[in-house]
Ligand binder design. Structure first.
Ligand SMILES: [Zn+2]
Length: 275
């Protein structure tokens, strides 16, 4: 038996991938240890004790331990607290949930606990599972998470030169992290996203609105698409690479059962061999 102390924490599954013959490597955002990766031995065997507990979006209670000189934790046991099954029943909802977990994976550092981000993700998945317009919820969630992690889009002052914006700028700079004044907008026009008045209003509401009000937010397709572009480019700048396209294998339930994710055929990820 292992002599390392057993650790325990609430956790939310971010992604899961095959490892070796029968194992999985799972990335979790945990309440106590932040973002971590762990190996679940035998997780892909039919009678695995982990069941579907390692699937993305699962809210669970995790038992794990550290190995010396290894960044990978060993996952010992998982108790599912909330399985969020409605998130897997519709492709647009699944895609929105994937945007949420991918955003958290992109903007958080390994091993850095952040309880407000943890709570926001849990609340975001609950709100999504309860209904509402999925892509809208994902968008508002992304704006909120940037606020929690210190990347709140700058709206009142020019993100380039700091000047107070009396007339709201309409050029969003993902590189500068906010709206630009007219002078800076000309200077940085090559990496700006132009926002229409509707998108600006939506961005302001998303920054300020409490989570319980999100399902009431509405936007026409063009406004949403514009903001999605701005937000995606901003997150890519923060993370240093674009948000991954939704990987259906990674978000599909594991061998333990549960509803199958739509369209998972054809997107299988290759297993990763042991070094
Ligand atoms: Zn400026």
């Amino acid at each position: 038996m292992c002599a390392m102390p057993l650790l325990a924490t609430p956790a939310i599954g971010l992604k899961s991938r095959k490892w070796g013959e029968a194992d999985r490597i799972v990335t979790f955002f945990t309440l106590r240890y932040g973002k971590i990766r762990g190996v679940a031995r035998g997780a892909r065997r039919i009678k695995s004790q982990f069941g579907s507990g390692l699937d993305p979006f699962m809210h669970s209670h995790l038992q794990l331990f550290e190995k010396p000189h290894d960044t990978l934790y060993r996952i010992r046991h998982v108790d599912v607290l909330e399985s969020f099954l409605p998130l897997r029943e519709d492709l647009s909802v699944l895609s929105a949930a994937a945007r949420m977990v991918n955003t958290v994976a992109a903007v958080t550092a390994d091993g850095d606990p952040d309880p407000p981000v943890y709570e926001a993700l849990l609340m975001g998945l609950r709100t999504l599972a309860a209904g509402g317009e999925p892509s809208m919820m994902a968008l508002v969630f992304q704006v909120r998470i940037m606020g929690h992690t210190g990347f709140r889009p700058q709206m009142d002052h020019c993100a380039g030169c700091g000047k107070t914006l009396t007339v709201h700028g309409s050029q969003f700079s993902p590189k500068a992290g906010g709206l630009l004044c007219a002078v800076c907008a000309v200077r940085h026009s090559h990496h700006c996203v132009a926002l229409s008045p509707g998108s600006l209003a939506l961005l302001q509401q998303a920054v300020r609105m409490p989570a319980a009000m999100w399902p009431r937010l509405r936007a026409e397709g063009r406004v949403r698409a514009e903001l999605e572009t701005a937000v995606d480019r901003y997150i890519a700048t923060i993370a240093g690479r674009p948000l991954p396209a939704m990987d259906l294998e990674s978000h599909a339930p594991g061998a333990g059962g549960g509803a199958d994710a739509p369209g998972r055929a054809g997107s299988r990820e290759q297993g990763v061999g042991r070094p």
